[in-house]
Each structure stands twice: as structure tokens, then as C-alpha cells.
Design a protein around this ligand. Structure first.
Ligand SMILES: [Zn+2]
Ligand SMILES: [Zn+2]
Ligand SMILES: [Zn+2]
Length: 338
């Protein structure tokens, strides 16, 4: 399988794999009910029965039917537990791309998206993700677990059916390392968590989109993308793995409302969504966890690619206004307020 290489001097990380591209003559959606044999067998299929959710799993020749959420190992994994030994030192640094890659299918209906499924379905999806996350951190060789969404071709998805990726790494990804380093430094110098300070700054301000009981959604001060927004717990919390069912329900409400609001504003543009959680190994530096959503309404220019400077054609204040209006409408519809 793949190897994880680093730049000659920078921390930039690249997974290099020689994937044999599968011929995609098959027009059938591998994530739709009835096509379960096109994916790896499920490790978990949630099935509603008599008002309860049963946790079942595929056996070798028998696929669980009537599922509402389905989890299996990716057929096209970014990392693998059978990664070859490929250790080498700088300047040609490499290590095996070791880890687990799971796909969580968020609905049995092909036409559903993460911006249209109901809150209860979102909660079920989040519970399943939280379970996987906790289990992964008990496994050897798991230093960090990433949870992310690729929605649409431009966002790197080759399957057009609502799903979420969970990928583990044997080291901490560069952006998380940066965020936790900077947070730690900020905390040491000023005595408070930078995200707690951000929540105070953004609450009720011109970039706020929506608030629920425990979460706030806002467009960040310096967004790298048009309509970019973040969702974070209002109270200091270091990982999604520790939150309660009640908090999961609350998170579902804000996620569904804001993604619904985004859908209305971006005309269904592709987007990526990433959970930024603290690493859970002992002594690792912590961050106030949050979710970042990057809508892909524009292409990058040479400034972004060549210099890491982002050009943004609209202000986050303008974006927050239209996202806020649409998201509040979604929320009102979801909770049944006219
Ligand atoms: Zn499908
Ligand atoms: Zn905090
Ligand atoms: Zn972040």
C-alpha cells in the first residue's frame, strides 16, 4: 500500500500510493441498498426495528438489509494496516501510511445529502462516528483520527452518495499540529484558550451565523474560502469523543441547519468538512475542538498554491449575513417554528 512522505525540509505530508484505477463503467452506486456486495462487508449496519435501532453487521454471504447507516472499510483506502515497511530519513523521509480508513454512509437514500437528512438521522450518524473514534483510539498505531466529508467531485469524492470518511494516522497531521502548538503557546502567554476567546469575540457579532444551546456557528475572521464557517462548542471541550447524547442532538441541529443554509447560498457547490479534534495520546497538546466547512465556490489561484495567501472575493461579514438568514430559516423549519 502507500507510504507517507515528507517534504525535504517542511512538515508537508504526502501519501504516495500506486492505486490501480478501477474501471468505472459500472453506473451503479456502490453505497445504495441492494449494492452492498460492491463494498467491503459492513462492520456496522444500523437497522430501525420496533422503534429501536439494532446494531448488526454483514456476514460473509449475507448482507444486512433495511439499514439506515452503514459502516465499512474503504475499498480505496488512503492508509492501510497492511502498509509496507518504508522507513527512511530526511531528505527523503518516508514511513508506512499505516492506519484504518472507514466509510460511514449517512443515509440509505441516494438523493439525500448531509444538508437534507433529518436531525435524528444526523444524530445516528454522529453516534456511529463517535463509537468508531473511541474504538480507533484503543488500537495500536493510532495517534490521530481524522473525520471529514468530501461532497462533490471538486471536493475529491468519487461516490455521489452522502458519506463521511474516518481515517487514522500514526502521527499528528500538520494542521492539527500547528493548531495545537499555537493554542498551547497562546494559553501559556495569555492564560486562556484562543478558541474560548474567539467564541466570546464572535458571539452576537457580525460573523455569527447561528447559536444553539451548546454550539455556535460563525464565519471566521480570515476565511480561506467563500462561505467558510466553523462550528464549535461554546464551553471549552477538547474532543468530540467525550460529548453526551444530548450534546450530539444539539450538534446535529446546528450542523443540519448550517449545511442546509449553505446549500441554499452556494447552489449546491462541492464542499469539504473537517473535524479538528485534540489528539488523544497522553501529554499531547490540546485544542478546543471544532468543525470547519470549506465550500468550493472558486478555484485556487497562484497566490494560494504558490504562496499560501488566500484571495477571498466576499467578506465573512457579508457571507455570515446570508448564511445566517438561510440557516435560521432551516432551523425554524426543523424545530417546527413558523
Ligand atoms: Zn447511492
Ligand atoms: Zn477553549
Ligand atoms: Zn481548526
Amino acid at each position: 500500500m502507500g507510504e507517507m512522505r515528507k517534504d525535504y525540509v517542511l512538515e508537508r505530508t504526502v501519501i504516495v500510493s500506486n492505486k490501480t484505477k478501477k474501471s468505472s463503467n459500472d453506473k451503479k452506486c456502490p453505497y445504495c441498498p441492494g449494492n452492498e456486495s460492491m463494498t467491503n462487508p459492513s462492520l456496522l449496519s444500523l437497522v430501525a426495528k420496533d422503534g429501536m435501532l439494532q446494531r448488526l453487521q454483514d456476514s460473509e454471504d449475507d448482507f444486512v438489509k433495511n439499514w439506515s447507516v452503514r459502516v465499512f472499510e474503504s475499498a480505496n483506502p488512503a492508509v492501510s494496516t497492511s502498509a509496507q515497511n518504508s522507513y527512511s530519513d530526511r531528505p527523503l523521509y518516508s514511513e508506512p501510511a499505516y492506519g484504518y480508513h472507514y466509510v460511514v454512509v449517512a443515509s440509505s437514500k441516494h438523493s439525500d445529502t448531509l444538508a437534507t437528512i433529518d436531525i435524528e438521522q444526523w444524530s445516528n450518524v454522529l453516534v456511529v462516528i463517535q463509537d468508531r473514534l473511541r474504538w480507533l483510539y484503543t488500537q495500536k498505531g493510532v495517534t490521530y483520527v481524522s473525520i471529514f466529508v468530501n461532497h462533490g467531485k471538486e471536493a475529491g469524492s468519487n461516490v455521489d452518495h452522502a458519506h463521511i470518511n474516518i481515517v487514522s494516522f500514526s502521527n499528528i497531521p500538520p494542521i492539527i499540529e500547528d493548531e495545537s502548538e499555537s493554542s498551547h503557546k497562546f494559553l501559556n502567554e495569555r492564560g486562556l484558550c484562543p478558541m474560548c476567546q474567539t467564541v466570546t469575540t464572535e458571539t452576537g457579532g457580525p460573523r455569527q451565523i447561528l447559536q444553539t444551546e451548546g454550539f455556535i456557528a460563525f464565519c471566521p475572521w480570515a476565511p480561506s474560502h467563500q462561505f467558510e464557517f466553523w462550528i464549535c462548542p461554546k464551553k471549552h471541550s477538547t474532543s468530540f469523543s467525550k460529548i453526551t447524547q444530548k450534546e450530539i442532538n444539539d450538534l446535529s441541529l446546528i450542523l443540519r441547519s448550517t449545511l442546509g443554509g449553505l446549500l441554499k447560498n452556494s447552489k449546491g457547490a462541492s464542499f469539504n468538512l473537517a473535524f479538528h479534534l485534540s489528539p488523544e495520546k497522553k501529554n499531547s497538546k490540546q485544542i478546543h475542538w471544532h468543525i470547519e466547512v470549506y465550500p468550493l465556490t472558486n478555484f485556487w489561484s497562484g497566490l494560494e498554491r504558490g504562496y499560501g495567501v488566500f484571495l477571498n472575493g466576499t467578506s465573512p461579514e457579508t457571507d455570515a449575513k446570508s448564511l445566517g438568514a438561510a440557516s435560521r430559516k432551516e432551523l425554524a423549519n426543523l424545530v417546527g417554528i413558523e
